[in-house]
Design a binder for this molecule. Structure first.
Ligand code: NAD
Ligand code: MG
Length: 394
């Protein structure tokens, strides 16, 4: 069997590290063409030593300079590239057939969209790409014949629970609804007062998953589930009312598909991102992921409705989805800015939802047909959200 040739965007992040862990379990099956990171030089050096890519890209030029020196010291045959254009270059190179898109935020959009246009098999972790550019991205996939495999555990679960030949026609497949499970995050049982006083350290302490900081805060605010609702809309061609959210604190049921005959098909497993990563890497084959077996004996699984009063971000995302146009791009950008300020200690937890609502109110009525429209909506929303958060501080 010819090895699959991979580029991993965001290799130094949580998803990137888990991807390399699965790859290393299957010598000869995968070849690494390029790894990318932003600032973590030492982790990249270590990954280059172990996985011997042709290219290592650092989006930050200063980090690239540092990496170049370290690669020379270690006498590794790896070429170091830098900047955003290099991300697109390694994501679309003719040598690769598979892209793991695991950059966090809208920063991942240009390279991932370019890979979609180039007809690659895309393993999509970077949900913000779909939230910002949904229609455009799905059109690019359809036009090029690229293959899109979801990495987000919920969407990977739904993908597994849908018929293999599902083409987006709910009626024909007898699908009634998609049920996204949410852990509820670290603040699930906190009072509104306690949530208002929440610190970054509390927000990133997720009960079930180890993740990057941004998605951890999103999980605490339930914006992560909101982004996933929008992601599901595009991946599976679902109407907003066909997407349901249920809080399931144990994170064992990763999501479900409800069918016309009353059947509900769920995918379960130990919460470990290597399962969806291995599923997508090996697709359609099942390969070892190094994940410990699910222990169900003596376990209680529970389900409850999400509380959009304490967690308004989830409703904001549904509203943006229904509004259409540039609204989801605006929502995403405002959220990215607010989460960054919150993590810096310069905004309160509740300022996240407030600044998103404010920014949506100001900007979300524009059309969004081209990548430029979307990037412009993203830029404007960052400006508006930043100004609003600055005023709150003043
Ligand atoms: P992370 O913060 O651990 O890693 C992010 C990666 O992106 C790093 O390699 C970093 O170098 C790179 N990066 C950051 N900013 C960049 C920029 N401006 N330009 C280029 N590269 C940049 O994040 P993560 O938890 O691995 O999440 C990555 C993506 O996967 C996110 O979109 C997240 O929502 C999604 N996701 C993550 C998980 C999880 O369990 N971690 C689960 C589902 C989906
Ligand atoms: Mg998820």
């Amino acid at each position: 069997m010819k090895p699959r040739v991979l580029t991993i965007l965001g290799a130094t992040g949580t998803i990137g590290v888990n991807t390399l862990d699965v790859v290393a379990r299957h010598p000869g099956r995968f070849e690494i063409f390029a790894l990318t990171g932003a600032t973590q030089v030492e982790r990249m050096v270590e990954q280059c030593r172990t996985h011997r890519p042709r290219f290592a890209v650092m989006s930050e030029p200063a980090a690239a300079a540092e990496l170049r020196a370290r690669i020379a010291e270690e006498c590794l045959a790896v070429e170091v590239l830098e900047g955003a254009a290099a991300l697109t270059e390694v994501a679309t190179a003719p040598e690769i057939d598979t892209l793991m898109a695991a950059i966090v935020g809208a920063a991942g959009l240009p390279a991932t969209l370019a890979a979609a246009r180039a007809g690659k098999r895309i393993l999509l972790a970077n949900k913000e790409t779909l939230v910002v550019s949904g229609q455009l991205f799905m059109d690019a996939i359809a036009a090029s014949g690229a293959e899109l495999l979801p990495i987000d555990s919920e969407h990977n679960a739904i993908f597994q629970a849908l018929p293999r030949d599902f083409d987006g026609d709910f009626q024909q497949a007898g699908v009634k609804a998609l049920w996204l499970t949410a852990s509820g995050g670290p603040f699930r049982t906190l009072s509104a007062e306690a949530i208002a006083a929440a610190t970054p350290a509390q927000a990133v302490a997720h009960p079930n998953w180890v993740m990057g900081k941004k998605i951890s805060v999103d999980s605490a605010s339930l914006m992560n589930k909101g982004l996933e609702v929008i992601e599901a809309r595009w991946l599976f061609n679902a109407r907003p009312e066909q997407i349901k959210v249920v809080v399931h604190p144990q994170s064992i049921v990763h999501s479900m598909v409800e069918y016309a005959d009353g059947s509900v098909i769920a995918q379960m497993g130990t919460p470990d991102m290597r399962t969806p990563i291995a599923y997508a890497l090996g697709f359609p084959e099942r390969i070892d992921a190094g994940v410990s077996a699910l222990q169900l004996m003596g376990r209680q699984l529970s389900f409850e409705a999400p509380d959009t009063a304490r967690f308004p971000c989830l409703q904001l995302a549904f509203d943006a989805l229904v509004a259409g146009g540039n609204a989801a791009a605006v929502l995403n950008a405002a959220n990215e800015v607010a989460v960054a300020r919150f993590l810096e200690g310069a905004a309160s937890f509740n300022a996240i939802a407030a600044s998103i609502a404010h920014t949506l109110g100001k900007l979300a009525n524009g059309a969004a047909h081209t990548l430029d429209d979307l990037l412009e909506a993203d830029r404007q929303a960052r400006r508006v959200a930043d100004a609003y958060l600055g005023q709150l501080r003043a």
